[in-house]
Design a protein around this ligand. Structure first.
Ligand code: GTP
Ligand code: MG
Length: 278
C-alpha cells in the first residue's frame, strides 16, 4: 500500500516548526532564526519514498495580530490547518504550554499529535506530549516519521501529489530571497528584523553564472543605516553568506547585488504587504 497526504506544522513562534520540517525532509526548505515570527508563508516540504509521500506545510507561528503583515500570517495558518490529514502541534520543550494553546489544540478539527521539541536542551518542562523530538540531534525524527505515515490515506497504487524529485513547492528565486532574509535576521538585532522583506528584482540565469539583484526592504531610514552598517560591512556580510547558499543551490557562480530600499512602515499597509508577496 502507498500512503500520501498533507501534514501541517503548527505552534507558537519559535517552537521549532521550520527546523523540524527541514529535519523531516532532509533538505533546507524553510529558514530558521532565534527571533520569533521568522516564517511568514506556508511553505511546503515534500518527502518522497517508494511507499509514501508526505507533504509538510510549515506555517507562521500563531500570535496576536498587530498589523497587516500579522493578519496575513494568521490567515496563512488557518488555511494550512484546514483539510490536512494530520496536524503536528509543536511545543517548545523548555516552555510550559499556555491555557490559550491548550484551548487551540482542543478545538482542532483534524487529527493531531502534540510534539515536544528541542529535547536536547537542559531544564525541560514536564507536560504531556505524543512524541518528543530534537531537530538538532535528530532524536526520534524517524519514529515521528513512522507515526505520521500511519495517519495518511492509503492508495493501491503509487499516488504522488507532487513530482517524486520535488522537495518544496517554492521556486529557487523564493528560496534565495528567504535565505537573504534569514541572514539579515541572524545578523540584525532589536526591532529591525521584523520589518525586513526581500524582493528579487533581477534573476538572470546563464550557463555558467547567475545574476541576481535583490531589494532588501525595510521600514525607515534608521533601519536602512543599520542594515548597511559601518562602511557597508553588515550588508556585505549578509550578501556574502547568501551568495554562498545561492551558488550551492544553483551549482554555479552567482553575482548577487543587494540594495536596501525603504518602504515607510510597510507592515501596516495591506497593499504593500500584498505586493511583497505575503
Ligand atoms: N537546541 C535546539 N534548538 C532548536 C531545535 N529546533 C529549533 N531550535 C532553535 O529554535 C529557534 C526557532 O527555530 P525555528 O525552527 O525557526 O522555529 P519556528 O517555530 O519555525 O519559528 P517561527 O517561524 O518564528 O514561528 C532557532 O534558534 C532554532 O535553532 C532543537 O531541536 N534543539
Ligand atoms: Mg518558522
Amino acid at each position: 500500500m502507498f500512503r500520501a497526504g498533507y501534514v501541517a506544522l503548527v505552534g507558537l513562534p519559535n517552537a521549532g516548526k521550520s527546523s523540524l520540517i527541514n529535519a523531516l525532509v532532509g533538505q533546507k526548505v524553510a529558514i530558521i532564526s532565534s527571533k520569533p515570527q521568522t516564517t511568514r508563508d506556508n511553505i511546503l516540504g515534500i518527502l518522497t519514498d517508494k511507499n509514501y509521500q508526505i507533504v509538510f506545510v510549515d506555517t507562521p507561528g500563531i500570535h496576536h495580530s498587530k498589523n497587516a503583515l500579522d493578519r496575513a500570517m494568521t490567515k496563512n495558518v488557518r488555511s494550512a490547518v484546514s483539510g490536512v490529514d494530520l496536524v503536528l502541534y509543536l511545543i517548545d520543550g523548555g516552555k510550559e504550554p499556555s491555557e490559550e494553546e491548550k484551548e487551540y489544540i482542543a478545538h482542532l478539527e483534524v487529527p493531531y499529535l502534540i510534539v515536544k521539541t528541542k529535547i536536547d536542551l537542559k531544564n525541560l518542562k514536564t507536560f504531556d506530549a505524543d512524541i518528543e523530538v530534537s531537530s538538532l540531534t535528530g532524536e526520534n525524527i524517524d519514529v515521528l516519521k513512522e507515526k505520521i505515515i500511519s495517519y495518511l490515506p492509503e492508495y493501491k497504487d503509487k499516488h504522488y501529489i507532487y513530482d517524486e524529485d520535488m522537495y518544496t513547492d517554492k521556486s529557487v528565486k523564493f528560496l534565495i530571497a528567504e535565505e537573504i532574509r534569514e541572514k539579515a535576521l541572524n545578523i540584525l538585532h532589536q526591532e529591525v528584523p521584523h520589518g525586513v522583506a526581500v524582493e528579487i528584482i533581477r534573476f538572470q540565469e546563464k550557463d555558467e553564472i547567475c545574476y541576481i539583484d535583490a531589494d532588501l526592504v525595510c521600514e525607515n531610514d534608521r533601519h536602512k543605516g543599520m542594515i548597511i552598517g559601518k562602511g557597508g560591512q553588515t550588508l556585505k556580510k549578509i550578501g556574502s553568506y547568501a551568495r554562498e547558499y545561492a551558488e550551492e543551490l544553483l551549482q554555479k557562480k552567482v553575482m548577487l547585488k543587494i540594495f536596501v530600499r525603504v518602504e515607510k512602515d510597510w507592515r501596516d499597509r495591506p497593499d504593500k504587504v500584498k505586493s511583497l508577496g505575503y
